[in-house]
Design a protein around this ligand. Structure first.
Ligand code: GRF
Length: 196
């Protein structure tokens, strides 16, 4: 049974997609042990609590410095003896020590077809604003392993999504979530859980 931890910062729709996929048997041999957010108000934590899953807030604001926060985050992750860490809209940099310790066991969902529209500053709506500004006809989402770079680790899965005439960043974001993110993130977890 793959022991999974999910790191979140916001609404948690990707977390919900994971929980629903496990409940529906789309993901097998995996269970979410803990959900951790840097934001105590993240609705993702409510989604975890509603599912009876440990929901923790570990915020940089609660530590005297960044190193103290990183140590608390890593100690907490270690305590759950996780096989896989999923970044589902997590907006805080993962400490290098954690990346090294969990090499190829941390995955991230990014709302574009990497290597387009990624890197520092490309997150959430900003990604879709950039895609619309560039005028791409196809965008999508990517699940990749996390390495020391920003959105640079090995790609696991991608799914393309059509950009439509008159799309706003919000409309495009929702389509990318519905048609891509909420499908390929559970699919990637299932592949890892079943070593597909
Ligand atoms: C999504 O747009 C996702 O692509 C990005 O951050 C956002 C998280 O959304 N990584 P949610 O918190 O899963 O609803």
């Amino acid at each position: 049974m793959l022991r999974v931890g999910v790191l979140v910062s916001g609404g948690g729709t990707n977390l919900q997609a994971i929980l629903d996929a496990i409940d529906q048997g789309v993901i097998t041999n995996a269970a979410v042990q803990v959900v951790i957010s840097n934001n105590k108000n993240a609705y993702a934590l409510e989604r975890a609590r509603n599912h009876g899953i440990d929901a923790l807030c570990i915020s940089p604001k609660d530590y005297p410095d960044r190193e103290g926060f990183y140590a608390a985050l890593l100690d907490t992750v270690d305590s759950y003896e996780l096989d896989l860490i999923v970044l589902a809209g997590y907006l805080v940099t993962i400490p290098a020590k954690m990346i090294q310790k969990y090499r190829n066991r941390i995955i991230n969902i990014h709302p574009s077809l990497l290597p387009s529209f990624c890197g520092v500053g490309y997150y959430g709506l900003k990604v879709h604003e950039a895609a619309l500004a560039r005028g791409v006809k196809i965008t999508g989402a990517t699940v990749h392993y996390v390495d020391e770079g920003t959105d640079t680790g090995p790609i696991i899965l991608q799914k393309a999504v059509e950009v439509k005439e008159g799309d706003t960043p919000q409309v495009l974001q929702r389509r990318v979530m519905e048609e891509a993110e909420w499908k390929i993130l559970p699919q990637a977890i299932n592949m890892i859980a079943n070593k597909a």
